[in-house]
Design a binder for this molecule. Sequence first.
Ligand code: FPP
Length: 248
Amino acid sequence: MESNLHIPESVAIIMDGNGRWAKKRGLPRTMGHKQGCTAIEKLLPEASDLGIRYLTVYAFSTENWKRSKDEVDGLMQLFRFYAGRLLKAATEKNVRIRMIGDRRRFQPDIIESINRLEEETKNNTGLTFVVAANYGGRDEIRRAVMRYAEDYKAGRVSADAFAGPDAKVPEGELTEEGFAAYLDTAEIPDPDLVIRTSGELRLSNFLIWEAAYSEIVVTDVLWPDFDKDELLACIAEFNKRSRRFGGV
Ligand code: FPP
């Protein structure tokens, strides 16, 4: 199947269903998240071999702090544990790691390992693995507006951010591209395909600016059961869609 498929450049995944996966087995929710991490670990090299250039995963949302202390602590412990393994896997596969979201809310040791993951993989030229952590689309836009306002006040906004005579917005106004440069995802191409596991038909505050024209594929598979074959099935579904970007 693989050889006939057009592989999208940028894929983003809402990894849902860890809790249900655990519940079905009578296990604590954290075991579902642990198995979810194993699924990411397996998928990363496979996505890279398929030729995907950007893979973004929704690991922790700005709303996830509302979960029980046990569950939040469990997820933080998983971040700590997997940071080291991720660095090793990224180095082996020439993967560059980026984190989107507001990292300031994490414990200092987690912030440090996020910074280290980015720093030590920044010159890798293979797949870019983007982890959304303490990420919310509205919060990302809010922070972008704050950064833009600060730059504007200080006279630091690049002239390129404003429309010239041939632009689709009135001359002199901030362009969409000019604004997008202030988002966490600056320099990461918008997702061609957004996959959501475990059946729900929502974006849940994920990449709400960037996914404006993305194809959305929802599968009933729970995230811990998601594997390369499921990814290929989602890509096959993506291949059936015709993307018009608002044209005809
Ligand atoms: C949704 O399942 C999943 C999450 C809120 C967390 C996903 C996080 C991981 C797989 C860990 C990522 C870790 C690293 C290091 C990248 P859910 O709990 O909402 O499931 P449910 O809807 O069945 O309850």
